[in-house]
Each structure stands twice: as C-alpha cells, then as structure tokens.
Design a protein around this ligand. Structure first.
Ligand SMILES: Cc1cc2nc3c(=O)[nH]c(=O)nc-3n(C[C@H](O)[C@H](O)[C@H](O)COP(=O)(O)OP(=O)(O)OC[C@H]3O[C@@H](n4cnc5c(N)ncnc54)[C@H](O)[C@@H]3O)c2cc1C
Length: 433
C-alpha cells in the first residue's frame, strides 16, 4: 500500500513504518529502533522534491511536529528554528521579529530542513541559496546521539550537512543568519527573448533579483526584476483583487486550462504558449520580501533544473531553442532562468561558482522524457550541476567531477553514518554506495 507520495505525484513509497516525531528524543528513539531492526531511515519534509530522495521501504520519519522558532539573538540577527518548520510559518515569524531570510525560492511550502538539504535557491547574483543563511545545525545521528556544528564547531560536518541530502542524519534544529526585514520593488514586463539575451548579464548585474520565464516556441519572455527599497519607498502592494486575478486565476486557473488544452491537443502548444505569454502582462508593486518572492503553484508539473556557469546561460538557451525548433516538442510550461552568487557549501549547486540556473518543466499529464533527456545532454556540455531535488539521471561517477568536495562529503558520511542507516536506492546512486 502506498503511504507516501511527493507533491508532483511522480514518486511513491510504501515504508515499513511511519513515525511522526514531535521531540528530539522521539527522533533519536525512532532512529535507533529502526537501525537496530535493520531498517533504513529517510526523513520527509513537505515532499516537494521531484527526485526519489525521500522514498523508502524502511522507516519514514516525519518531523512536521518539530516546528517553530526556539531562540532569537536580536543583536546578531540570528534565530534557531526546529527542523520541520515550513517556510510559510518561518517567514511571517521572522517578519514579526523584524527579520527576514536574505533570499527565497518561488514557493514557501518546503520545510527549512528539506529546502536546505537539496540546495533550494531563489535568484540574485549578490545573494546565495537558502543553505548559505545557515550558521549552525543540530543533527540526530544514526546511533541516536546529537551533534551540533557550525563554522567554529566541527566545520567539516557543517560544510557537508547544510546541503546534506538527508544522508548524514536528521536535522532537528537550524540556526539562521537573517537580515533586517526588507521590502522589494517588483517590476514585471514582457520582452522579446532575442532582445533580452544579448544584455542578459547586464540585466542580472543591474538588479537584486532577476527571474526570466521563456515560453518555448515563442520569442516571448516575462522578466521579473525585484530590487530592495526602503520601508516606505516604491508603490504599494498589489490590491487584493489584482493579487487574486494574477495568482489564483492567471497563474493557476487559466494556466491549468491552457495546460489541459495542450495535453489534449499537443499541436496547439505554440499558439497556447503565445497566449499564455501574453497573459503575463506588466505589473509593478512593492511588498515585504517574502511576499514578493513566494507565490502559490497549484498547476502540477515535473521539473529538471541545472546550474551552469552564469556566462553559459545564453548558449544553453540557444541550444534549447534549436532543439524546440527541430523537434516541435509540445511543452506548455515556461523555461525559467535564475542567477545566484557562488557559495562555500560543499554540495551546493553554486559551490565556488557564480551560477545561472536553467529549469525546464513539463505539465504532469504530458511526457517529460524527451525534454529532460535533450536538456540533460545540453547542460552536460556546460558542466551543469543538477538540482538535487529536481529530475536528473547523474550518479556518483559524474557528480565526483562536478563537485570538488564530493570525496570529503563522502568521508563525513562515512564518519557519521558508517552503517548507512540514512540511505535508499537513489542516495546510493548519487553517492556511490
Ligand atoms: C512547486 C515547487 C516549487 C519549487 N520551487 C523551488 C525554487 O524556487 N527553488 C528551488 O531551488 N527549488 C524549488 N523547488 C524544489 C524544492 O525546494 C526542493 O525539492 C526541496 O528540497 C523541497 O523541500 P521539502 O521540505 O518538500 O523536502 P522533501 O522534498 O520532503 O525532502 C527533500 C530532502 O530533504 C531531506 N530532509 C527533509 N527534512 C529533513 C530533516 N529534518 N533532516 C534531514 N533531512 C531532511 C529529505 O530526506 C530529502 O532528502 C520547488 C518544488 C516544487 C514542487
């Protein structure tokens, strides 16, 4: 019997045991009990990964009851939060403290531990992924003991465990370096892809956060430029009716309808995409950072995303465009481009590399395989590093070449989990044993 499925509905699992642990002691007890019974353990966040990282036939451990802010250091702008805290709980809690995470992805449904485990990121060349905001972590290890690490204490574990794939232990608490709460001025407009590409890098450097959506088979992109403004600067937030129209109707309701049409009539995709691109018109507003970064995504899809050197994004898009022209592949979802600064987290997709992220999506009722295979072949030529939570086929042999600290990561894993309690078939494929 299927007891767990991911958000996209593409990964299912039938674990032997399912535990919702509400305290650190309960986590430790569940892990030691499973380990002594010879069961492997996977921890579930909100199930928003497209890869089978969470799937298990052993113990599936939920930490959703481990939620909330446990400590605040106002002087340093740091908070400690429990590992299962969802971002949609964390963001308003930080706002009430006058704080914010420096950058976020485009939804807030993930848990903090799930988000960092796969290197979840937003966009902004002067910012990094969410794991870079982590300044301390507490893990429950395979033997039931706890380990707290930071840049000062056990720095190797800290470098490994921020993007840890759930392969080192259960993250029960995370310390975050926040920034003062800030406001973003959002400007969104449509543009021709062919005019944007030659000046893409200048756009990226000219704004705090740039996000581009390109509709395949068209020359149309929607460009979102978000810039930090003072507390009383910029226009007001979207009026409630406009927010509802944009997010509920256009981004979800109408978009679901255009995707259903595309699934029923694949030949209509170029026209459907032209219409969808035109619906994403211009808008301008300002609001709290997390309200601007995150929106709701209810149209189901599957996604593959790779990080490439930022300078390679134009070439990747050119090759993808040629592929779409050659194959006329029906893909009604936009290709998304984002940009993030280099960081020092060993398995971060932006490790020591200013990165451009290219993401391809397919509606969940349509076959993603041809698109994902072609995309993977293109990004392979640009030293592409796959998002750990999004569909890809790379295994340890290739990942070792892409990540200079791959072997040190494996060494930390050998130290923390020599009996391979925190594993499954996908993790073995990724890490080589
Ligand atoms: C609609 C949608 C939008 C998305 N937008 C973005 C985006 O803007 N940017 C981006 O980078 N990604 C994005 N993603 C991907 C998503 O952020 C990642 O897949 C993320 O890992 C999901 O977090 P989760 O809480 O659902 O974790 P899950 O998917 O449940 O788990 C992910 C990994 O974290 C591990 N894990 C979870 N909790 C713990 C814990 N307490 N201790 C140890 N390990 C743990 C799991 O074992 C697993 O390995 C999106 C996904 C969807 C479906």
């Amino acid at each position: 019997m299927t007891l767990w499925r991911n958000w996209a509905g593409t990964v299912t699992a039938s674990p032997r045991e399912v535990v919702h642990a509400g305290t650190v002691d309960a986590v430790a007890a569940a892990v030691t009990r499973a380990a002594s019974a010879g069961l492997t353990v996977r921890v579930a966040g909100s199930g928003h990964s497209f890869t089978p990282l969470v799937a298990t036939d052993g113990l599936l451990l939920h930490v959703d009851e481990l939620s909330g802010v446990t400590a605040v250091d106002r002087e340093r702008g740091r908070v400690r939060v429990l590992g299962g805290t969802p971002l949609h709980v964390l963001n308003p809690a930080l706002q009430r403290l006058g704080l914010a995470l420096p950058n976020l992805g485009d939804i807030d449904r993930q848990t903090i531990s799930g988000a960092i485990a796969t290197g979840t990121h937003g966009t902004g060349m002067r910012r990094q992924g969410i794991a870079s905001a982590v300044c301390g972590l507490t893990l429950v290890l395979a033997d039931g003991s706890t380990l707290t690490c930071s840049v000062e204490v056990d720095p190797e574990v800290f470098a490994a465990a921020r993007v840890g794939l759930g392969a080192l232990g259960v993250v029960v608490e995370v310390e975050l370096q926040c920034v003062p709460a800030f406001r973003l001025h959002a400007k969104e407009s449509a543009q021709a892809l062919s005019r944007l590409l030659p000046r893409l890098q200048a756009e990226v450097d000219g704004h705090d956060h740039v996000d581009v959506l390109w509709f395949p088979h068209t020359d149309r992109v929607s460009v979102k430029r978000n810039d930090v403004v003072g507390a009383h600067e910029g226009p007001g937030p979207l009026t409630p009716w406009r927010a509802r129209l944009d997010d509920e109707l256009l981004a979800n309701g109408v978009f679901e309808a255009t995707n259903r049409l595309a699934a029923a009539l694949p030949a209509s995709v170029p026209v459907v995409n032209e219409v969808a691109a035109r619906l994403l018109g211009a808008r301008e507003f300002a609001d709290d950072s997390w309200r601007v970064f995150c929106s709701s995504r209810r149209v189901r899809f599957v996604e593959s995303e790779y990080a490439v050197p930022r300078a390679s994004v134009g070439a990747v898009i050119g090759e993808l465009r040629s592929w779409f022209e050659r194959t006329r592949a029906p893909v009604p979802f936009p290709v998304e481009l984002r940009f993030v600064g280099a960081d020092d987290v060993w398995l971060s997709t932006a490790f020591e590399r200013d990165s451009g992220y290219v993401a391809v999506h397919q509606y969940h009722r349509m076959d993603p395989a041809p698109l994902f295979a072609a995309f993977e072949a293109i990004v392979a030529e640009h030293a592409g590093r796959p998002h750990w939570g999004k569909v890809h086929t790379l295994g340890a042999q290739r990942l070792r070449d892409l990540y200079p600290r791959f072997e040190p990561f494996r060494a930390v894993r050998e130290r923390l989990d020599p009996g391979r309690v925190f594993t499954n078939a996908h993790v073995r494929h990724l890490l080589g044993d």
